[in-house]
Design a protein around this ligand. Structure first.
Ligand SMILES: Cc1cc2nc3c(=O)[nH]c(=O)nc-3n(C[C@H](O)[C@H](O)[C@H](O)COP(=O)(O)O)c2cc1C
Length: 127
């Protein structure tokens, strides 16, 4: 796995902006999307600390290739900040790459990239 794939979900554009700054191949969640290679998921948190419905539906069909998850959120939500990442991480037993506010900072992009690269390197050793 030399070129990781990023799958992202976004309602109001923050995760879109985060994803657009990543130097990886990426695709946005859509109702019929099927992914047949390992990927990292970036989504957001909605409701009261919930995973967006579109992300849930996508994961039901594609959880088997999921390597890790990140979530956008807003710290105003306190302990529910980026909770979507915690839910997906425990439901599918994958690591959290990071949680970030809104469209993220340069630091968030760096952190996410480092975490992805660690997993990519590990996987290419065991491939
Ligand atoms: C109705 C609503 C509920 C939200 N609930 C949460 C929440 O529980 N926790 C959190 O961290 N952020 C919450 N947020 C903030 C969003 O996760 C944040 O704005 C995110 O950047 C949206 O991503 P998007 O612009 O890509 O759709 C909520 C936002 C809205 C509009």
């Amino acid at each position: 796995m030399k070129n990781p794939l990023i799958i992202y979900d976004s309602l109001t554009g923050n995760v879109d902006r985060f994803a657009s700054r990543l130097e990886y191949k990426k695709m946005k969640v859509s109702p019929e999307l099927e992914v047949n290679q390992p990927y990292f998921l970036v989504t957001y948190t909605t409701g009261f600390g919930e995973v967006p419905k579109s992300t849930q539906v996508f994961l039901q069909r594609n959880f088997n290739n999921l390597l890790g998850v990140a979530s956008s959120g807003n710290k105003n939500w306190g302990r529910l900040f980026g909770k979507s990442a915690d839910i997906i991480s425990s439901q599918y037993n994958v690591p959290i790459m990071c949680k970030f506010e809104l469209s993220g900072t340069r630091n968030d992009i760096e952190r996410f990239t480092q975490e992805v690269n660690k997993i990519v390197q590990f996987n290419s050793k065991v491939d």
